[in-house]
Each structure stands twice: as C-alpha cells, then as structure tokens.
Design a protein around this ligand. Structure first.
Ligand SMILES: [Zn+2]
Length: 288
C-alpha cells in the first residue's frame, strides 16, 4: 500500500516485480494520485497540480505497473476519493503537513472510513503479507504517515469476526512490514556518491550516529530483497514516472545503478521469520 504513484517503484519495485514473476498474487493499493507533488521535467511544465496532473500520473502508474509485471492495482476508495495532501518542509529537513489542506486531502481522511475501504480490499484479495510505510512515513510525507495508519488499523479490523460482514469474510494478514533503507545499503550509496563527486546528497548523514528516520540499522532490517535480476524492472518502472523522476539525476542513479543494493523491510506485526531473510513470505504456508 503506497501513498501515491512512484513509491511502489522507488521503495518496492524489485520486490513487486519478483513476486509477480514468481506467480504470487500481488495487489497494489495507491491512496492518492500525487496531484500536488512536484513536476520535475521542464517539458511537463504545462501540467498544473490538480486533476490534469492526477490523470497524467495515473497514466504513468499504468506504464510502471506494466514494467513491473503487475496487473492488479487499485486506488483506495476508488479514483479521486482521496487527494494528495502536499507537504511542507520541517526545519530538520524532513517533510511535514502543510498548514492548510483541502477537505479531500488524504491527511484529513476519516481514519475509520479510510481503513474500511482497505478492509474490503483485504477481505477480497486475502493477502498473507501487507507492506506499507513506518509511523514516520519514511521521510515525513503526511500521506505516507496516513497510509501507515490506515494500513495498521485496517489489518486489525479485517480479521474481526462479525465486524462489518458486508465488507467480506474476515481475513487476518499473517505479516505486516514497513519499508525502510538498510544502513549497509546507505553506506554503499554514500561511498559511491563520494567516489563520483556527488556531495549534494546525504553529505551530512553519519551512519555511526543517530540515524535519520528513513534509515534502519541493517541488523534491524528483517527482510532484504536484493534488486538482482529485477533491477531492470525497477529502472523501467521509475523511468515511466517521468513527471516526478529524472533518471539522470544522481539521486535516482545511485538508487538503481548499484547492482548490489536491495529493498529493505521491517517486520511490524505477525509471524516471526528467520533473521535476516530475503523473502517476505518465508515460513508461511502457501495458500491457493
Ligand atoms: Zn511518496
């Protein structure tokens, strides 16, 4: 479950591509269409935030899904139910909510209503594993935070017998995970950046000191899915998000050029698994 288009590719692209290729049933739930987000390339400067940008980003999401081999992807509550809340910059460099947001912004969504929208999807698809953000939303984007809350709440409600039976038969998710970045991968990215003269990125990150919220000590990462053969899918999917991703930018190059990197996850709830693991489903019984 992701807040807006491109996060499915940037933080879980290889993971989605891998499980689709291995024949797992994968569903992507996107909460907003990123219609308040930054428009990166000059050639799309005519797109203005709002409905036009939403429709453009939905097209990009279709292309990214194709690149990942993903066929089942939906928007929470249906297209246009929740809008991008935008973000402001906090003094410490993380993101935070804007002072003013619209009534339909995801940040202002009623938590129960939004969770029930996800409960109907959970009870229909019956996933063993659900992935979303950590409580801080990786770097603080309000819609990431909201996605975390909605996912966490919905996974509780979904399993309760006799609760809202009109939304489907109860379903208990075996594991929930938070996306993160492992400190070992970040060390690789930072040293590669330095070696290539890129000083604008992560220059002030000290991996031996207190870590920023988007980085987790590698020993606390529960599952790391290597990019491996699915790195190409991830690159193709990110490239599809042309309105917000410039693949010539060192930030994206570093995230995708280094073959040894992986996508990292922390086990939030559910069945423990061997540590470290490379499989979100390790030890779970296959279901039909
Ligand atoms: Zn995001």
């Amino acid at each position: 479950m992701h807040a807006h288009p491109d996060d499915e590719s940037s933080s879980t692209g290889a993971t989605i591509a891998r499980y689709c290729a291995e024949g797992a049933q994968v569903t992507l739930v996107t909460c907003t269409l990123g219609e308040e987000g930054e428009i990166v390339p000059d050639d799309l400067g005519h797109l203005k935030p709002g409905a036009v940008l939403a429709s453009h980003r939905l097209d990009e999401l279709h292309a990214a899904a194709r690149a990942l081999g993903l066929t089942d992807y939906v928007r929470l509550g249906g297209d246009g139910r929740y809008h991008d809340s935008g973000m402001a910059h906090a003094e410490d460099g993380t993101a935070t909510a804007r002072d003013e947001t619209t009534d339909t912004a995801f940040w202002n969504a009623d938590l129960l209503e939004a969770a029930l929208n996800l409960v109907s999807i959970l009870r229909d698809r019956r996933p063993q594993v659900v992935v979303s953000y950590d409580p801080f939303g990786m770097y603080g984007h309000p819609d990431h935070v909201m996605a975390h809350r909605v996912m966490t709440y919905a996974c509780v409600l979904s399993g309760v017998h006799g609760y809202r039976p009109e939304l489907g038969k109860p379903w208990t998710v075996a594991r929930t995970f938070w996306t993160t970045n492992g400190s070992d991968d970040m060390a690789t990215i930072i040293s590669t950046a330095k070696a290539n003269g890129v000083t604008s990125l992560w220059g002030d990150v000290d991996l031996d000191g207190p870590l920023p919220p988007m980085i987790t000590r590698s020993e606390d990462v529960d599952v790391r899915v290597p990019l491996g053969q699915y790195r190409a899918n991830k690159i193709a999917a990110l490239t599809a998000h042309h309105s917000q991703v410039d693949m010539t930018d060192p930030f994206w190059r570093l995230m995708t050029d280094i073959e040894s990197l992986g996508e990292s996850f922390r086990l939030a709830t559910g069945v423990p698994l061997p540590h470290p693991s490379t499989d979100l489903f390790e030890g779970l019984e296959l279901t039909a």
